[in-house]
Design a protein around this ligand. Structure first.
Ligand code: PLP
Length: 400
């Protein structure tokens, strides 16, 4: 039966402390105990339903975690203060010194930098592979490999990972498959396709208003408990805890995610088809020309489309910069990193969000200088937007 993630969010029912339609916000960093014995049991992890201290968890954070776990179809989830605040503890919880990770080479620059430059300090090594080539993925596995890591749709090249194929490899070699689903919430449900842990930067589409940071780790109760363990839990001990007020505001935005994703996807598909027809080198998973189109179609929850992200190659960094500045001047969106906003955001990843990746490696993976990454907004009249964008492209000489 088809998985219906938006129904899972819709079906959640919460009553606030005074009968409010929103759950009450727990505006406390610490919690009282009626008996000292319960405090001891809570520290030992044996007192369900008791709160200890908000770095561990809080009622508001649990509500948001529950909603996101429902959306991804996992047992439970733990929210964090940023996407990186979810990703790095999850990796550190799974790997100790001497362990090895096989990761997609096209991932968000911050995650890449963590694996390439930071994790080796702890003697955790990573092999970067072309995630779309399952034979290369399997060949990179060593006896020390513990984790297979990828993004469902990668930042910024929009490569599509075959989650079922990767899950088979992970199971065969007894590895954990960690998948960052930031680019494709609702459209793709990696947890349902065999991923062990699903991660998100909530900063992007899920919150959708570019006013806060957030992250989530969705997985089994056992894994999430281990992250929060007071003795050796990476989230508990490294401390990337989300603030309760923010958890409450993100939960409210999550409720409109299905409407927003449909509009982002519809607008992005419209523009991608137009740009491609105009002769621009356009990458969008919804285009038949995209190498991951078929696998995306096979995996997707149909009604949400192919997401709001697309790339266009402007030919050179100078042309890319000229075009982005003009589009901002004409109020078509903002020259800014990040994604999932109501207005279109654009940036050149080679010199921004992926600048952590050395130039020669950028070239090898196909990240060209002139690449512009677009997070397409919720524009009501996308034809008007296209006409105005085309005018900008003609003005800077990318189109005739
Ligand atoms: C795919 C992806 N994962 C993770 C992150 C990191 O999230 P945050 O900036 O919320 O720490 C980003 C941020 O750009 C991202 O694009």
């Amino acid at each position: 039966m088809a998985f219906k993630p938006a129904d899972k969010i819709q079906d959640l029912q919460y009553f606030g402390e005074f009968g409010g339609v929103n759950p009450s916000i727990s505006d406390s960093s610490t919690y009282t105990f009626l008996s000292a014995k319960t405090m001891f049991d809570t520290f030992e992890g044996n007192a369900d339903g008791c709160y200890l201290y908000s770095r561990h968890t809080s009622p508001s954070n649990l509500y948001l975690g529950q909603a996101l776990a429902a959306m991804e179809g996992t047992e439970t989830a733990n929210v964090a203060a940023s996407g990186m605040g979810a990703i790095t503890p999850a990796l550190l919880q799974m790997c100790k010194a001497g362990d090895h990770i096989v990761s997609s080479r096209t991932i968000y620059g911050g995650t890449y930098a963590f694996l390439k430059n930071f994790a080796p300090r702890l003697n955790i090594e990573t092999s970067f592979v072309d995630i779309t080539k399952l034979d290369q993925v399997e060949a990179a596995i060593t006896e020390n490999t513990k984790v297979l890591y990828c993004e469902t749709v990668s930042n910024p090249l929009l490569e599509v990972a075959d989650i079922e194929g990767l899950s088979k490899i992970a199971k065969k070699h007894n590895l954990q498959l960690l998948v960052d689903n930031t680019f494709s919430p609702l459209s793709l449900s990696p947890g349902k396709l065999g991923a062990d842990v699903v991660l998100h930067s909530l900063t992007k589409f899920i919150n959708g208003s570019s006013d806060t940071m957030g992250g989530v780790t969705c997985g089994t109760q056992e894994f999430i408990d281990s992250l929060r363990n007071v003795n050796d839990g990476a989230n508990m001990l490294l401390g990337p805890a989300m603030d309760s007020l923010r958890a409450a505001s993100i939960l409210k935005n999550l409720r409109t995610l299905h409407i927003r994703i449909k509009q982002h996807s519809e607008n992005a598909l419209y523009l991608a088809e137009k740009f491609e027809a105009d002769g621009l080198k356009t990458v969008y998973p919804g285009l038949k020309s995209h190498s991951g189109h078929e696998i995306y179609k096979k995996m997707m929850n149909k009604e949400y489309g192919f997401g709001g992200m697309l790339t266009v190659d402007a030919g050179s960094i100078d042309k890319a910069n000229e075009l982005m500045e003009l589009m901002q001047e004409r109020n078509l969106g903002y020259l800014a990193v990040s994604l999932g906003f109501y207005k279109t955001l654009f940036s050149a990843p080679g010199s921004s969000t992926s600048s952590e990746i050395p130039e020669d490696e950028q070239k090898e993976m196909g990240l060209s200088d002139g690449l512009i990454r677009f997070s397409i907004g919720l524009d009501n009249d996308i034809e008007r937007t296209y006409t105005m964008m085309r005018e900008c492209m003609v003005k800077v000489g990318i189109l005739k």
